[in-house]
Each structure stands twice: as C-alpha cells, then as structure tokens.
Design a protein around this ligand. Structure first.
Ligand SMILES: C[S@@+](CC[C@H](N)C(=O)[O-])C[C@H]1O[C@@H](n2cnc3c(N)ncnc32)[C@H](O)[C@@H]1O
Length: 267
C-alpha cells in the first residue's frame, strides 16, 4: 500500500497538527505516558486476548504513534496495519519494532483516508488518537473507521477523559480547603496543579507544545459514535495508577483512580 505524503493530502490545519506530532516523536516517551505501562488497568489487552482465532483477523492500530501496542499485535493477528499522519511517529514505531516492522503495513496518512480499506478490518483500535481539535474531523474519522470495518468487526478506542480533569480539580480543591486555604486560594491551587491554562473546558480541548487535542466527556463519546453509525457502544474506563504523573498523587491514593474512557463499538 502506498504512503501518502502529509503535505499533499491534508488541509492546512491538519497538516500543522501532523507536523506538530512529528516534531514530538523523538522525545515522545518523555512527554507522554505509555498507556500500557505497568499499573494501568486497561480493558484493551484482555479484550484482544479474548478474540477467537486472531491469526485469521485483520487489525488496524489507528494513530499508532511510536507503536506501544504493535508488539502485542504482530505475530498474533494475520494482518497488521498501522496508520499515523505523522511521519516522525511512523519512523520511530518502525525503529522500535526492528525486524518485526516488516510484518506491519505502515500507512502515513490521516485516519479519515481509509477508502482503500473499506470493509476489511476485523478489529480497529485507536488509543488516545481520536483527538482531532476540530470535531468535524472527528466525525468524518469515525465514519471512515466504520466504513473500513467488516460488518461483524469491533472497534476499541481509548479517549482522553475531560471529566477526569474535573475530578483532579475537585480533589485538589478539596485538599487545599482541608488544609485551611481560603476559597480563592484553593481555586488557584487547583487551577495551577491541574494545569487549567492548557485546557478549554467548555469544548473539551487541550493545547500543549503546538499540539491541540480533544478531550472527551462520556456523553460526547456516546453521541459521536452513534452519529457515525456505530451501535452497541459500550463505555468503560482505563484506570491509572496514582503516580507522579498526577500532581498531588501521594495524598490521593485512598481515592478512586483517575481514568480515560474506553469504548467498545460495533459498525
Ligand atoms: C497521543 S498519541 C497516541 C499514540 C499511540 N496510540 C499511543 O497510545 O501511544 C496520538 C497519535 O495520533 C496521531 N494522530 C492524531 N491525529 C491524527 C489523524 N487525524 N490521522 C492520523 N493520525 C493522527 C498522532 O500523530 C499521534 O501519533
């Protein structure tokens, strides 16, 4: 399959995002958490392990990034496709896989360009990659993914949770009040440590290092997946360990863990 050069196929806003993601590929591991690191409770790998006869199935890792999921797919699934619009991400994913990279069909292109895969995917996976800041891109990407799937296929998506940032804000705020801070100081404390300056809470967006990402509310996931024609849309959570990725974590270990949304859907 051919790889489409990023500057030929993308509208300018997406092209900028593709470049921004590519620029972060080299230090990706320093900036972003591995969604499969020890301590993360994710329904994804158990769901993949439950699929009967994976050697007969075609799987696509959509928005593969530097490829943390690919070692779990290569050698198990019959055909493995990895899509990402950032050439820097694809290059790093190939390097990390070494010889095994030859067993993956890498496609450097946006996720809404899946016409040549119509009706071919048994399993589609998108881990923290349905994050386009323009929701029109999200809607057309979800429709493209659905069209690329076999009628009895399954789509697993992990979506960054907007409400988890509200949760973090709430517990930071409570913590500050419990320590005797005045309400205004407590609000400043929560806003600072939960990094509110990076977020647009009304529309669920996060901007950082030139990257603009959509964060999701659960009602929005149900709405957008249904709008794209998905059925049997089931939400559960990926749970994260209380560790130094979460400001103030030492004081919160007795509380329920933070999360991202996990969606299972049928085309
Ligand atoms: C937060 S990273 C997640 C990467 C990987 N799935 C992981 O779990 O580590 C988001 C990835 O999605 C890719 N991405 C974002 N928007 C995309 C689009 N419209 N088409 C293709 N890839 C996209 C980015 O280049 C980036 O590699």
């Amino acid at each position: 399959m051919s790889e489409l050069p990023i500057n030929k196929v993308l509208p300018p806003a997406d092209r900028d995002q593709g470049r921004a993601w590519s620029r972060q590929a080299a230090r990706y591991g320093d900036l972003f958490l591995d969604p499969f690191r020890p301590g993360v409770e994710s329904p994804l790998l158990p769901a993949l392990a439950d699929l009967p006869r994976p050697e007969t199935l075609t799987v696509a890792d959509l928005g593969c990034g530097i490829g943390p999921l690919l070692p779990d797919l290569v050698g198990k699934f019959g055909r493995v496709i990895a899509v990402d619009f950032a050439p820097g991400m694809i290059a790093k994913a190939k390097k990390r896989l070494g010889k095994e990279a030859a067993k993956v069909e890498f496609l450097a292109r946006p996720m809404f360009e899946l016409d040549d895969l119509a009706g071919q995917l048994d399993v589609a996976i998108a881990v923290n990659s349905i994050v386009m800041p323009d929701v029109r891109d999200i809607d057309r990407t979800l429709s493209a993914i659905r069209a690329a799937m076999k009628p009895d296929g399954v789509f697993y998506a992990v979506l960054p949770a907007m409400d988890a940032i509200h949760y973090h804000t709430m517990i930071l705020h409570d913590q500050a009040l419990d320590r005797g801070l005045e309400p205004e100081e407590a609000e400043r404390h929560a806003a600072f440590h939960a990094e509110h300056h990076f977020y647009d809470f009304a529309l669920g967006r996060f901007g950082f290092l030139g990257l603009r990402q959509k964060f999701w509310q659960p009602f929005e996931a149900r709405h957008r997946f249904a709008k794209a024609g998905f059925r049997e849309v089931e939400l559960s959570q990926v749970l994260y360990p209380w560790d130094d990725s979460i400001a103030g974590f030492q004081d919160f270990t007795h509380l329920p863990k933070s999360w991202d949304w996990f969606v299972k859907a049928r085309p």
